[in-house]
Design a binder for this molecule. Sequence first.
Ligand code: TPP
Ligand code: MG
Length: 1035
Amino acid sequence: MLNLRTCVAKLRPVTASQTVKTISQHRPAAPRTFHQLRCYSAPVAAEPFLSGTSSNYVEEMYYAWLENPKSVHKSWDIFFRNANAGAAPGTAYQSPPPLTTSLSTLSQAQSLVQAQPNVDKLVEDHLAVQSLIRAYQIRGHHVAQLDPLGILDADLDSSLPADIITSTDKLDLAVFKERLRVLTVGGFYGLDESDLDKVFHLPTTTFIGGNESALPLREIIRRLEMAYCQHIGVEFMFINDLEQCQWIRQKFETPGIMQFTNEEKRTLLARLVRSTRFEEFLHRKWSSEKRFGLEGCEVLIPALKTIIDKSSEKGVDYVIMGMPHRGRLNVLANVIRKELEQIFCQFDSKLEAADEGSGDVKYHLGMYHRRINRVTDRNITLSLVANPSHLEAADPVVQGKTKAEQFYCGDTEGKKVMSILLHGDAAFAGQGIVYETFHLSDLPSYTTHGTVHVVVNNQIGFTTDPRMARSSPYPTDVARVVNAPIFHVNADDPEAVVYVCNVAAEWRSTFHKDVVVDLVCYRRNGHNEMDEPMFTQPLMYKQIRKQKPVLQKYAELLISQGVVNQPEYEEEIAKYDKICEEAHARSKDEKILHIKHWLDSPWPGFFTLDGQPRSMTCPSTGLNEEDLTHIGQVASSVPVEDFTIHGGLSRILKTRGEMVKNRTVDWALAEYMAFGSLLKEGIHIRLSGQDVERGTFSHRHHVLHDQNVDKRICIPMNHLWPNQAPYTVCNSSLSEYGVLGFELGFAMASPNALVLWEAQFGDFHNTAQCIIDQFICPGQAKWVRQNGIVLLLPHGMEGMGPEHSSARPERFLQMCNDDPDVFPKLDDFDVRQLYECNWIVVNCSTPANFFHVLRRQILLPFRKPLIIFTPKSLLRHPEARSSFDDMLPGTHFLRVIPDSGPAAQNPEQVKRVLFCTGKVYYDLTRERKARQMEADVAITRVEQLSPFPFDLLQREAQKYPAAELVWCQEEHKNQGYYDYVKPRLRTTINRAKPVWYAGREPAAAPATGNKKTHLTELQRLLDTAFNLNAFKDLA
Ligand SMILES: Cc1ncc(C[n+]2csc(CCOP(=O)(O)OP(=O)(O)O)c2C)c(N)n1
Ligand SMILES: [Mg+2]
C-alpha cells in the first residue's frame, strides 16, 4: 500500500485545475441537459497522458499490475516497471510493443487497442469507461426505479445524474437516444457513438463482465444499468474499505446473479399470501379497529423471514428484534409465529387482565418464541422487544439486550445472536436516537457485531410528506456515518426484496457490520385504518387507489411463468384463510389476558412457575472481614507484573491501602467492596457511562493504564477471585439516551447481573428522559417485566453553577407510585414495600450504605430499578468514611439513619428534628456543633427516599415528642425532595404537626452560578435550620 501511494503520488503530476471538471459542479437545474464538459488541459506534467482524475484509473491499473503484471496491457506493464525502477519523470512511458497473438480474440471484436494505435486516445477512452462504471456504482441508485407508485423519487430529487446513461421507463425512447448522443458524441466522456461497439478492458473494480475481462461499451452500459438502475438501488461507494466494496459489487454486478428457483418463488408467494391475507382477515373481522396495517408493504414479512432464514443458515440461533407499530401484528403472527388466537383475542374488549400489566398488547408488548426454522431445520429463538410509542426508543434497548445475550453465551463475534431493527421512514430520519444507536455499533463494549436494519419506507410519516420531513435525500442517510451499505429496493418487486435481504444477512455474517434494507413502498390506508389520507396526500392516494396489490402482481407473474397455476394459488389463499378462521373461533374461548405470556425476556428459574419471587426476604448484605480486606488490597494494588502506573495514581492506591489497614472505606472503596463481593458470588457486573473507568471525579480508577505501553491496561477487579464472574467497565460514547437505553436492554437479559449506568453529572440524564419515562419508571407496570438497572447520578449543590448541580431528584420522586396520603399496611417494610414500588430512589450519606444498597439490589428476590443520587465532594470528604464494622455480616442497608448523639440520648429534650438526605447532613452536623446545639436538634437522615420509610420515620417522629419537625434540603424549594417528603412525613405523624422547611427558596434554575451567592444561600438555610424561633410566627 505504501508502495502504491508513493508510486501514485509520483504519477500524479497535474494540479487540480488541470483535471477533468466534473459535471456535478455544473449541475443544471432540472430538467437536466447535458453539456460537453470534457476539457483536458494541455499536458504540462512529466507524463503527458496523466491527469488528476486519471490517477484513479492508474491506481486501479497499478493494483492489478501489482497482483499480476500480465493482467494489464503491456504498455502499462512497461510503464510501471520503469516507474518503480525510479525512471526520471517523463521517461517511464514507452510506446507499446506490437500486439501479440494473445489479443487475437479481442481483435476480432474490433478491439479498441487495435483500432486505436494512438495511445493517448486509448488511455482517455479507458478512463472514460472507467469513470462511467464508477458513475453507475456511485449514482446508479438515483436512477433506479424504486417507487412502486412511480410518482415520488425515493431520493427526493427528480433530476437524473448527468454522467450516466439510462433507458429507464421515465425516459421515452427519443429522450434516451438524445441522452446517449449527448453523452457520447463529443459528450461528457469523449466517446462517440462508434465507440459503443468497441471493446474495452474492464477494471478490477467491476464484476459486470462475469467471466469476460473485456466487453463492448454498449454491453457495459446495459449491464451497469441492469445492476444499478432497476428495482434495486445500491448505496455503498462511501464505504472506505476496498474488500467490502468489492464484495457488494460482486453481489449486484455479476450477470445473472439474481436467480430464483421455482421452489423459492413458490415459498415467496406463500409468504406474501400469509402477509396479505392476515391484514385482510383483520380488516374483515374488525373493520373499525386500528391496526396499523402493513398494506403497501406486505413484502416486509418475506423480507424478514429471508433475513432470518439466511442468518440461521449462517449459524445464528437467536434473533432479537425491535419494531414500531406498522405491521407489528403481522410480524407477531407470521414471523415470530405467535399463536393467532392470542393475537385475535386482543381485539375482544371483554378480555380480562389476569396480571398487573397495563400494557397495550397489540402494539407494544414484546414476545419470545423458540421454534424450528423450517428452511434450515435448526432451532431458532425469536424475541420482539416491548416498545413504547416513542418511535425508535427501543433501538438501543434491543442492542443492549442483544449484547447481553451474546455476552452470556460467549458469542464474542456475534455468530449466534443478532438483532434486526425495523424503522419507519420518517422516524428513521427524524429521531436522533437512531444516530446515537448507530454510534454504538462498532464500540468494543457495545457492538452487537452487525444489525440488519429494515426500513418500511412508505414515503409518508402520519400526514407529513417526506419532502417536509427530512433534508437528506434518503431517510437512510444516517447509516452512512458507520459505513453501512444501504440497499434501496422497490417493494413491489418481491424477488428484488428477497435478494437484497439475502445479501444483507450475508453481509452481516461476513463483515459483522450494520446494513440497511430500505423497502420503498406505500401505505395503502391512512396512518391507521380510520384516518383519511386524501385530506393531505390527494395525488399520492389517487395513485394508490389504482395500485394493484403486490400479491396479485406477483401471483400473475408466477402464473405467467408457469411456476404456479391459478388453482394452486387459490388453494394457498384458502388454506391460510382457513387457518385464520379456525384461530378466530378458538380465540373466542380466551377470556383472560395473561400479559406475562407476552414477555420478551423470560428469566428462567428466577421466579416460581407462576411468576412470583421465590421468597420475600433479603439476607444481610454484610460481608466478612476477610473478603473486605482482600478486595481492599486488590483495589489498592496493581495485580500484574511489570506494569507502570502514573505516580499520582500510586499515591491514590497507597492511600486506599492505608484505609484498608485502618478498616475504613471511602466512596470508591465501598463501591469496590460491593462489586468485588458480587463478582465472587457469580454476579456479572457492568458499569457503563461517560468516563466511568476512571470516574468523572477521578476517584474510581477501575482501569489502570501502563504509562509506557500504549493501550496496555489492567482491571484489578478482574483479578479478585479464581472463578469470579467477569467485570465489565466501559467508557461509553457521549450519549445518554442511547447508552442508558442500551444498558437497560442489557439488564433485561438476565437478573443475575448488576448493570449500572452512570451519568457524567446527574443533570445529563435528562437527555435520556425517554428511557426513564417510558421504560424504567413504568416498565414493570406496562409490560410485567422487571429490571434491576442502577442509575448513578452525581448530585449536589457544590457551587458549581446551574449546569452541574442537580440530578433533578424531584423528577424521579414525582414518578414514584407510593401514595403520599396512605400509611402502608405492611408487616415488612424492608422487602415487601420494595416489591410493591415501581423503583427505588436513594441518596446515601455514607459509603457503607452505598455498599449495602448495591449489594441489596442483587440479593433481593426480585428486581427493581434503583436510582442513586451519588455525591461529588463527599467522595473525598474526610467524614464521609465508613468503618468495616458497618459492613460486616449482619449489617444491612439503613433506610433511615437516626441521630445517635446527645439528642438521641435525651429525646424528650429535643426541640427540633431536622430530616434531611444526602450531603447536606455534613453541613448540618458541622453547623450544629459550631452552635453547640447537639442536645437541642436531632438530625435524621432519610437514605431511602422511595419507597418512603413511613415506618422508621414514624418511629423517629414519635421518639422526639416535643420537637418541631423540619425538612432541610440544600436544593431549591420547588426542587429536591420537599414536595415528595412533606405530605408523606405528614402522613407518618397523622398530620398532628406541621412539617417546616429549611432550604433554598424556589427558583427557576437548579443553582446559582455565583460562588459567593451559593455560600450565602447555604448559610441562610443553615441559619433557618438552627434558628429555633424561625417558625414561631408561622405556627
Ligand atoms: C417520538 C415520537 N414522536 C411522535 C410520535 C407520533 N407518531 C406516531 S407514528 C408517526 C409517524 C411515523 O412515520 P414513519 O416513521 O414513517 O412510520 P409509518 O407510520 O409511516 O410506518 C408519528 C409522528 C411518536 N409515536 N413518537
Ligand atoms: Mg412512513
